[in-house]
Design a protein around this ligand. Sequence first.
Ligand code: GLG
Length: 848
Amino acid sequence: PLNHSVNSTNYEEKKMENSAVYNKDKFEESFVRHVESDLARNMFNCDDLGAYQAASNAIRDSVLVDWANTQQQQTIHDGKRVYYLSLEFLMGRAMDNALINLDARDQVAEAIGNLGFNLEDVLEQEPDAALGNGGLGRLAACFVDSMSSRNYSAWGYGLNYQYGIFKQEIIDGYQVETPDYWLKYSNPWEVMRSEIQIPVDFYGYVYEHYDTNTGKPKKIWQGGERVIAVPADFPIPGFNTTNTNNLRLWNAKPTMEFDFSKFNNGDYQQSVAAQQRAEALTSVLYPNDNFEKGKELRLRQQYFWVAASLHDIIRRYKKNHKDWDNLSNQVAIQLNDTHPTLAIVELQRILVDLEGLEWNAAWKIVQRVFAYTNHTVMTEALEKWPVDLVGRLIPRHLEIIYEINYFFLKDVEAKFPGDRDLLSRVSIIEEGQVKSVRMAYLAIVGSHKVNGVAELHSELIKTTIFKDFVKIFGPERFTNVTNGITPRRWLRQANPKLAKLISEKLNDPKYEYLTHLGNLKKLENFVNDEAFLKEWDDIKFDNKRKLAALIKETTGVEVDPNVLFDIQVKRIHEYKRQQLNIFAVIYRYLHIKKLLAEGLSVQEIAEKHYIPKASIFGGKAAPGYYMAKIIIHLINTVGEVVNNDPEIGNLLKVVFIPDYNVSKAEIIIPGSDLSNHISTAGTEASGTSNMKFALNGGLIIGTVDGANVEITREIGEENIFLFGNLAESVDELRHKHYYEGVKIPESMQEVFNAIDTGMFGLPEEFKSLLDSIRYHSDYYLATDDFDLFLDAHKKLEKMFGLGSGDPTHLREWVPKSVLSVANMGFFSSDRCIDEYAENIWDVEPLNV
Ligand code: GLG
């Protein structure tokens, strides 16, 4: 037995003794060493990029010490571990985050300064790790930060895509996608584990074999194509703790086993080509958000990732354990959406086919190990894989799925005899045109808990898409864990000035509130303190200046930081309704023009009608999403007209910031006065950027949807601007549109007329967007919510006043900003992780 103890010294001492990051001289030494050895350069020709690499390596050295200790402690302790399986981890940059979590930013900034570099410039060199599409992937990134910070023994498992989400350029107002080869330079944050090589098989066939030991038949899967999984590990340092977990992302590599039959036939080229195919498996992230396309390569990615991860997890378990019944006391696996659902099947296969367990015993273990998080109720996003495809790719797994379904339906039949409709509704196999596997149903049946990501959403899944399963398994299987965000990145890192002001006001020089976010509540005490409000507002103004500089740099448009910054940044999707926002902008422009024509001055309009504002958009459209691309184009053509209108002054600007990503979000979010979360009620499962904006003192205009509901409950309805029809009315409204036709409100008709007459370029370009509303039933209810949206704006703009320094602004707006921040404690992802730990995983923190 190991009886090492790394627990003997306290955290502070250990920090100092371990690493260069707390000691300027040591850090400088280490930096120079890395420049000379890893980079094979000398200090005289080291540029910012070199400095980033050397500094990262020096910081990484410290992180790796904690990482190794943590892993050793976790092994000695041998407690239950959590594995978070996610196809996406939208991590963004690592270096600044590591400095903050290690509490070493100031020392390192100084050391880097002594070496002749500027920390901010050096940080700018790091490419974003953009291995995700949007909220789902960023949630996983926030979760790994919290799992480390809250001292859980928890690993993330994903894929190490060579190409993350594409880079977006805007050319002539259109989105153009270019590949994001983020590993152009070597990545100092990944530790390649080439010594670990896990074979993963595909295709082939299944045969039965009589096991002479047991006298029973046994299924054997003879794979047809083999790929090797090799991990890249990313250490995840926690904040204010040495606990450092691992994020393991798999690379696909060819086997060294050569196909000699092909070779001997003189087909050398072809046998090399087959090998090269292997690497394609982890080359690219699918760029769809809330939409599943059902491509074979995607299913191959899923199985590859799941098989490698489970092999790894089981190998670790088997080191110290023999009793399979104990597996669920040692292992909890969380499925982030249905993407890793095959893990359920793979574990059943391992237990039954490879370990020889009896079916029922194995299945009970499987159900205790897994839990599934659902992120959407939209049918186009729910995964269904054709039975033919699954059977060809992983033939034994298809058999197991059929068997799982057989036993499941047998139970249903026993509980609800004779209800054939029910059986066909809940069957894991859908008998349609294309017979397919319903992955969400498989995930529910194979898990002990299923959770939604905000209260409203968790209720909706129980009453709509999974209604029958509540009847079958009881409501206990379904639960809610409202999403959260990590305040380390989304407050301390993104908004250092506000974070500092808060730490001063809370008398918390060590920023302990970042792990006890409820402490923000104390800010309420200062809501009448004018000097404080002024300071608060000055910081916002400063952040807006930074954002204005980003806008200037990326779009060429100058926006005045005094105006209302009205922001909508997120994936472009009809359900998120950027179209509603841009229509309202057009409406505003038309009316400002009318007032100008009537002879009013810009000043008069600003004071009496429309306060000056900038409408700021950003977000990517999936490359195949036609309607979303039209929306982007419309935003850009409106910007072109408005921003070049000589009459309008600073009353209105419209910009589309290209290539929205995590590091741009870190600049955009702290610079917002107002942000839009205006999805059709019932469509946005949670939203997490709403939380980021509110935590940075931006107010929200939003629908009664997703986590907006709980944000309102926490911060108070007077501090958020809610509008629009409720989720419970959506069905009826859609029905009405369909049978009685769509009624376009006058205000919207004015907008449509302007577009139709070519005010924003060729009307044909926007025809299908307008037609989807006026002739095709307006599925997302833009017509029903448009006037309500305009009214909500009127109301909030009165409170904004004329912006920074204006007495109305300081009296009405800024206190709301403070009160929102003060009451956002609930939305820390630390709270989420504690809830998962207690209610789903049944694990306790381990102090290393
Ligand atoms: C989904 C949902 C979001 C949710 C996120 C994280 O659409 O509403 O906030 O997951 O749970 N695809 C997503 O981003």
